[in-house]
Design a binder for this molecule. Sequence first.
Ligand code: ADP
Ligand code: MG
Length: 680
Amino acid sequence: MKASDSIRTIKGIGEKSGELFGKLGITTVEELLAFYPREYDLFTAIQPVSSVREGETAILEGSFAARPKMASVRNLKIITCRFRDSTGQILVSWFNMPYLMRSLKMGMRYIIRGRIARKNGVLQMVQPKLLTKEEYANQKGKLSPVYPLTAGLTNHAVAKAVAAALKECEAESDFLPLELRKEYDLQSHKKAVQTIHFPDSKESYAKARRRLVFEEFFLFSLALRQVREKKHSAASPHCLKKQEKTKKLLSALPYTLTSGQEKAWKEIQGDLQSGYVMNRLVQGDVGSGKTVVAMLALLLAAENGYQGAIMVPTEVLAKQHYEEFRKYLEPLGINVVLLTGSMTAAAKREAGRLIEGHQADIIVGTHALIQEKVSYADLALVVTDEQHRFGVRQREQFSAKGEAPHMLVMSATPIPRTLAIILYGDLDVSVIDVLPSERLPIKNCAVDTNYRPQAYRFMEKQVQEGHQVYIICPMVEESENSEAENVMDYTNTLREVLPPSIHVEYLHGKMRPALKNEIMEAFASGEIDILVSTTVIEVGINVPNATVMMIENAERFGLAQLHQLRGRVGRGAAQSYCIFMAGNPSKETMERLRIIEGSNDGFYVAGQDLKLRGPGDLFGIRQSGDLLFRLGDIYQDAKELQQANEAASSFEKKDIQLLCKKHERLKRKMAQYTGGEITI
Ligand code: ADP
Ligand code: MG
């Protein structure tokens, strides 16, 4: 079996499961091997019943305190019973396993392993596995991979396929040259891949991960250098001198620009009038007001007789920007046009006609903007919002829609300057470092689950005052549909405890995009009071009326991600609140949450988190919420990023085109890499 073979060559993968793997973006053996676990399930030691905590997976040893009972609810058969050891008792439940009724015996000792959840306010272990003494002894201390799944595909099936692929696939030579591996003390790719799927200890996992993170950063860094070669200070055919309308817009805004916005705008104006092509990144914390800066730049292009376009990652965000732009720009005689994938064919055609005929001055849209059939009359500026959601290649495709257009990209990821230079080596950077002054700082609190009833009462009060609420639930693996079940369960509980007048809805990643849009729009228009969601809650969404965010199991998120999530509130004039609820309030968890509780500054928060834990011990938690890289995390792995950058830079001097024979394998890998999606 070769790496490039179809996954169908793996024993046990037929047409149907082949399709399921396809849904996860896996069609070849190589792609399967690069499908790294999301986290690991650590098989811990037996613990006392009295010490279990909500959200964790526990192992208990004891016996049944009473005879198991079976009840039928709708078409589910549920067995419940009480389980005890010398320290206490806990409720245990099984769904749809009626045959257990016969085998569960009173007076026998059992070892059980399962997730601890709170249902109707009571802690219980759900769907535990019964273990023999031998099974327990064999698995104790082991790590097993947990993969991100799709409906119909089990974790076991993925792990089995990966194990088969690891065994059967012929190894290719390592694409990182030996001297480089020696210099940076990196293990082989083959060994690292084997270990990342099936680590036998945390130490070996860390070593494997380091190699894979390094290679990821290295390929990225090398690719970026190749792009940069090409576009170094190119002359621009679009010099944008006229600026009456941008001045008018500035005086029509209901606020004055903050000093940070002002500075960024000046820098952009300078670029646009310089006679050279602009390549600029505007970096600003969530809520710092990046949209208006983009709007000014787009207007400048339009009033000089050109077109400007802005691409955003989601339909909802596109619509939101479109409405906002129309409100301010139509009075200035500027024609704003929307183009997204979900529009009807006729509406898309009409938008296409306006764009091609230059009746559209400013175009707002999603990926639809870079489709082949869309052609622009005279594009002088392309803007990408929430740029980390797009690949370098998409950015390039967008640029290719015009004749050397100016490029502006916007990001809310708080990245220290030293890292920004590495990650955005091809861009100049403007930083918006202040928030609008009349904004009240978000009030934060980090609490444990005992606080939940109080939190619900607080939300109820806020809703009655006319505000809205977000609740974030993390994904809980267990079954492939658990993400959905989790938010649905939560929503049902909430509907029961809150008065019926409060409209609670949910949102999760497995929903159809059209339905997701509908829910987001209903929330934005105030129809929904409380939105229970996984982290799919759209980036960049601006619902200033939402004043409360509660994050369940906050300990499962990295601080930088918590900060991004929190950025959905505190966007209007009213006081906003963020409640970080720890399902497992250990000392370390609370210490970490105190950091975000004590500061609303994204840079500070990300930096402190690193200091507190030191890189490397963030086992299984991603520091940043952005999937910038598959494994690597720019904060946690800042050192590897720097090293990989240094290694790539040595190639710039030696052999950037990779013409040397000893770099042949690397050259092939690079071609594969840049042909795919590079996400920064
Ligand atoms: P982000 O930087 O996260 O994209 P937005 O551009 O969505 O932030 O702006 C967040 C909110 O702040 C919007 O409601 C916007 O109208 C408002 N805003 C932007 N600039 C200012 C300012 N200088 N003063 C007051 N409010 C502002
Ligand atoms: Mg934004």
